[in-house]
Design a protein around this ligand. Sequence first.
Ligand code: SAH
Ligand code: SF4
Ligand code: F3S
Length: 455
Amino acid sequence: MKYRGYAYIYTIGCQMNVYDSEKLAIILNSYGYETTDDMDKADIVVCNTCSIRHKAEEKAFSFLGRFARIKKNKPHLITVMAGCVAQQEGEKAFVRVPHLDIVLGTQAFSRFGKLIDAVKSGKQKVVDINDSSMIYEAMPATSCTDENKISKFVTIMQGCDNYCTYCVVPHVRGRERSRTETNIVEEINLLVKAGVKEITLLGQNVNSYGQKEGLISFPQLLAKVNDINGVHRIRFATSHPKDLSDDLIYAIRDLDKVCNHLHLPIQSGSNKILKKMNRGYTREKYIDRIFNLKKECPDIALSTDIIVGFPFESREDFNDTMNLLREIEFDSIFAFAYSDRSSAPAAKFSNQIDEGKKKERLNRLLELQEYYTEKKNKKQIGKILDVLVEGKSGKKRDGFDHALKNMEQMVGRTESNKIVHFPSKDVIIGDIIKIRIENAYPHSLWGHPLGAQNK
Ligand code: SAH
Ligand code: SF4
Ligand code: F3S
């Protein structure tokens, strides 16, 4: 195919944005733009944005702001703000970025080509933040152009109806909509054909997949994906604790390709705060779900999301969260200081917490978790784990690299999503191999392939 220009895509935000950027790349390709990693070559620049926290939003504005100067010397350059900040800001985006050409909302991707045409024919400041009940069906299925990519995301639903009081997602991604099972399976088949081994199914609340539309349930969808030849591992995110069904627990237990790992965001350990967040469960209900899960899947790895410094969070509330970490012992956590979002109701709550206090609480929480993450990692020493090989690793450590003559240092992941470094002569990327774990650090495990000579 002959391209007529280059496209540079910069992605900020969650896994869904990474997936969306691939869709944007495919659309741009079919529109005559070859994607490039070299921003200087670009004829069109797309910033796929995130508005979950203030910092992410600022990153988008500062990235796009740089093009005011660049466009002076390169007037044909088209600049695009796509995704969640675009959806949130609409026309207002031009106030902060006057040289911007296109504001492309989260549901406007299928109309992207037409918007580019409009700009090319002289139209200025083009905006599309219209809703669309169709999400991805109208767009090309993601095929895998990236060689060596063995793990890919597949969005199965978009939007959210939960309206947690701190969160912009329902406001920028719209109401919850699920893709049909046929559409999802078709896309996974394409990925598998291109060599992908691991699929991560994405949605804001995967447990309620298909419920509104009367499609199959999420555990049933997992079973369908489990049946696809060539898929070796299945992950999914995110599960909402209020909707974690026994059927999902059984699916994790029984479906051989579904990884023994669950990401289940708790957000806070205090019932008072959970209520103000509108999360729809209590600390006790969350613990009870984890108890049931562990009964069926005793070795399951657990991760969670936590927000510290939500309005009204007292020292006692924060201690409830700290104690919850001690009680559950998560394998890992993602923790954030609460960030005010003007479209979310919590922005209007009184009793906002001072920034300094938020930071201090965040640091204390992360420090506590580091202990448990390392403890969980150390527990893996001596075990033989299945590792999906992802590629070469730049990391070196004493005791692991001195025998590396003629060997490569490789990196892969366990089912529990832990990173493993190991030396190897002849490992094919995409293989699942057995590694004996010999050392553990807060962020990674180190070992040797079974059968390989140790040191
Ligand atoms: N749908 C998922 C997560 C969506 S956003 C869920 O329901 O859990 C990812 C994480 O960002 C959230 O779990 C939350 O911990 C964090 N987050 C969302 N809004 C935030 C805000 N206003 N300030 C700080 N963190 C926030
Ligand atoms: Fe946001 Fe809550 Fe929906 Fe998650 S469940 S996307 S935190 S509103
Ligand atoms: Fe951010 Fe939008 Fe994802 S706000 S976290 S990119 S859904």
